[in-house]
Ligand binder design. Structure first.
Ligand code: MN
Ligand code: MN
Length: 301
């Protein structure tokens, strides 16, 4: 494989996230609460030397993305569920993003298999100068060949230091875009597939599990400024969950302050995303670097 010139931290964070993902794959999650799963994933990444790049997402069944544990008394995973575990690790802001779907419902085993197959096909097709729309076509064609549809309004993305979505989208459907994959650039590829009865797109839910700072400003309110400083010092612009700050700020007060900071456009909130017709959704994701001969997968175990 040709040489790439990217910061070494990407390789280290990638190996850590890959190892955590494979540990999740081997473990039976049945009977664990979503909070326990988040703590397991985030804790293992920290233990291995990388902070989470974003709160571990544990999106169940027709919730496609962006749900992270919010309650002390969280849902407990049971037979009949499928769960997407989407995790990231970063070192000095150099971050990777990877996801897996675990099925505890035989009815959805083929949906899950088709999604992983779509990701593998996309990675095989990914190299320098390949149009991003072609990656979308490979994902869409693979999904269709298994009898499934892709979620058209969720996509992969380019990654930069401290920026998870750094401007370029890698679609999950064919689009005629001029943009091409570049060498020495980091991309996450993440097919989301649903059943034929699904709508094929997601809508926002009512949970607010994830926030990130969008612009750092003084608020003229000492307590709000304390929250802003704490987030800046611990996360910079990376996403966070209120759960990580329950020991610093009283829980009820914190959620009110976060709402205010969103209204002031200092933070933005990422609600959970739900399949519009309630179709169950599977997702797999890797972070890659294209080269002239193929893609290097950073998030291998
Ligand atoms: Mn992800
Ligand atoms: Mn991603």
């Amino acid at each position: 494989m040709s040489q790439v010139s990217i910061p070494q931290e990407y390789f280290k964070a990638g190996k850590i996230a890959g190892e955590v993902r494979e540990a999740v794959r081997k473990r039976s999650l049945l009977g664990m609460s979503l909070l326990e799963i988040c703590n397991f994933v985030e804790g293992m990444s920290r233990q291995k030397g990388a902070e989470p790049a974003f709160p571990c997402c544990v999106s169940i069944n027709s919730t496609a993305a962006h749900y992270s544990a919010l309650l002390e008394n969280e849902y407990v995973l049971k037979e009949g569920d499928i769960i997407k575990i989407d995790m990231g690790s970063h070192i000095n802001g150099y971050l990777v993003d990877t996801a897996i779907t675990m099925s505890y419902n035989p009815e959805y085993d083929s949906l899950v298999q088709a999604t992983e197959t779509s990701l593998n096909a996309a990675i095989k097709a990914a190299k320098e100068d390949v149009p991003v729309g072609y990656i979308g076509k490979v994902i869409e064609d693979t999904a269709k060949s298994w009898g499934f549809k892709t979620i058209s309004n969720l996509s992969g993305h380019s990654i930069e230091q401290y920026r998870i979505h750094a401007g370029v989208s890698i679609p999950n459907v064919w689009i005629s875009a001029n943009s091409k994959l570049k060498a020495n650039t980091i991309y996450a590829i993440e097919p989301f597939l649903t059943v034929p009865e699904g709508a094929g797109y997601v809508v926002e839910g009512s949970a607010k599990p994830i926030y990130a700072m969008s612009s750092r400003k003084k608020t003229n309110d000492k307590k709000l400024d304390e929250v802003v400083d704490e987030i800046w010092n611990t996360r910079r612009t990376l996403p966070f969950t209120p759960r990580w700050y329950w020991d610093k700020f009283p829980k009820a007060e914190l959620s009110k302050m976060l709402d205010k900071l969103v209204k002031m456009r200092i933070f933005r909130v990422y609600p959970d995303l739900i399949e519009a017709r309630g179709g169950f959704v599977a997702q797999f994701e890797h972070t890659i670097v294209p080269t002239s001969t193929g893609a290097i997968v950073l998030t291998q175990a």
